[in-house]
Design a protein around this ligand. Structure first.
Ligand code: FE2
Ligand code: FE2
Length: 151
């Protein structure tokens, strides 16, 4: 079964290493799912879907923790957004299990890609510019005992 190859684009990068690392990890799992589908390796596919949901859950927690730490003002909205994505992910895990066994694996795959896109490409864009500003205002400063952008 041939599926359109998924490609990581530079625009997916948020510019913050710990978030980008997570996104990349989730993305790599999706690529592996794609490869398993192409090999008709359904067992591996089931395991990878499980791994995808688990990794996404952990990522959401880490991302929220991170946003709170850097003082992003809309953490609560993003947390709720994650909650909705997560309930989709839990349903998807169950559906995929059934779809994989009914030979409708491509439906499962498109749900997974949809979820990936909704976090990395859509949802997280909301704080991309905030993080860029945050980084440019905090990175040149060494810890010299003085804090904050004002002097
Ligand atoms: Fe994210
Ligand atoms: Fe997110």
């Amino acid at each position: 079964m041939q599926i359109k190859k998924l490609e990581w684009l530079p625009s997916f990068n948020i510019g913050t290493e710990e978030i980008d690392r997570d996104h990349r990890q989730i993305f790599d799992i999706v690529v592996k799912i794609q490869e398993a589908i192409e090999r008709d390796d359904l067992d591996t596919c089931s395991k990878l879907v499980e791994n995808f949901v688990k990794t996404t859950k952990l990522h959401f927690e880490r991302e929220i923790e991170f946003l709170a730490r850097v003082g992003y003002e809309d953490v609560e909205t993003h947390r709720k957004y994650h909650e909705r994505l997560l309930s989709r992910a839990v349903k998807l895990e169950k559906n995929c299990y059934e779809e994989i066994h009914r030979g409708k694996i491509v439906d499962c795959y498109s749900d997974i890609v949809g979820l990936l896109i909704d976090d990395i490409v859509r949802g997280d864009l909301e704080f991309k510019s905030f993080l860029q500003e945050y980084q440019s205002s905090s990175s040149p400063k060494q810890d010299s005992g003085r804090q904050g952008p004002e002097t």
